[in-house]
Design a protein around this ligand. Structure first.
Ligand code: CP
Length: 308
């Protein structure tokens, strides 16, 4: 079952991505199916979450499975010093699938290597957030009608923002053009620019969030500055409010442009954008339910269209 873990978006290829999107569409049309009867899923959240945990748990509930877990690691024995290894081994005795968020990069990979049950990475430090990427791709596909040849502008914390790292890697199959808008302190890390170079993906880096950039964009992907990753709070204070999207900045945007944000937002998107038809971030979060239903079924080897 190890190969059914989803630790990095790199674990699945183009065909598997497209298959998961097709499956997400199926779940959007059939959100309540009794395909997880008898299955128990653990959600282990060592970091705070609203959307990821609740949409995974809703996904399991709507598919007839059961949930155990914790949303605050301080209520688990890790607060007494239990190692991650021991926690994973223990929980593996009880469940069929583990969904885990952890503050350490590589924690989900480590977990997947010490258990025989599948592990879904619900975010590991600044590294990866592959289930978010699947809902991002589903949102892009639903709003653009394609994943191919799109101009995607990523704005904000491109250094610590794990969602942009996963999304960049997934989009490499679909000939994107990227604009990276950030201050020098929060630039896209070199390893991800090297991936762009390796796959012949065009990208440009900007420090200014200009009308030219916005008006050449299909998907405007705003991100929060990840305060929890800064060791010096003064450094966070310096960069936390550098980029804010306001409604009047979308006046000359392409008709098909949609604004995405993994959420939570702080100041990156002014509330005056919320009623603009180009604002798609709340629907994007809703798409997470269907994308995660698809991911759970893949992990458990369940084909919802072929259940006796
Ligand atoms: N997008 C996302 O990961 O949100 P949560 O932190 O609320 O899960």
């Amino acid at each position: 079952m190890k190969n059914r873990s989803l630790v990095s978006i790199d674990d699945i290829n183009r065909e598997e991505i497209l298959d998961l999107l097709k499956r997400a569409r199926y779940f959007e049309e059939h959100p309540n199916l009794n395909v997880l009867q008898g299955k128990v899923v653990a959600t282990l959240f060592f970091e705070p979450s609203t959307r990821t945990r609740l949409s995974f748990e809703t996904a399991v509930n709507r598919l007839g499975g059961r949930i155990i877990g914790f949303s605050d690691a301080n209520t688990s024995s890790s607060a007494k010093g239990e190692t991650l290894k021991d926690t994973i081994k223990m929980v593996s005795n009880y469940v069929d699938l583990i969904v885990m968020r952890h503050y350490l990069e590589g924690a989900a990979r480590y977990a997947s290597e010490i258990t025989d049950i599948p592990v879904i990475n619900a975010g590991d430090g600044a590294n990866q957030h592959p289930s978010q990427t699947m809902l991002d791709l589903y949102s892009i596909y639903k709003t653009q009608g394609t994943l191919e040849n799109l101009t995607i502008t990523m704005v904000g914390d491109l250094k610590y923002g794990r969602t942009v790292h996963s999304l960049l890697m997934a989009m490499r199959y679909f000939n994107p053009t990227f604009n990276f808008v950030s201050c020098d302190e929060l630039k896209m890390p070199v390893e991800y620019k090297e991936i762009c170079d390796k796959y012949g993906i065009r990208y440009t880096e900007h420090t200014d969030f200009t009308p030219e950039v916005i008006n050449s964009t299909d998907i405007l992907y705003m991100t929060r500055v990840q305060r929890e990753r800064f060791t010096d709070i003064m450094e966070y204070e310096k960069v936390k409010n550098l980029y804010t999207l306001r409604n009047n900045m979308l006046l000359d945007a392409r008709p098909n442009l949609r604004v995405l944000h993994p959420l939570p937002r702080i100041t990156e998107i002014d509330q005056d954008v919320d009623d603009n038809p180009k604002a798609y971030y709340f629907e994007q979060a809703r798409n997470g339910l269907f994308a995660r239903q698809a991911i759970i079924c893949r992990a458990l080897g369940i084909d919802p269209e072929n259940i006796n």
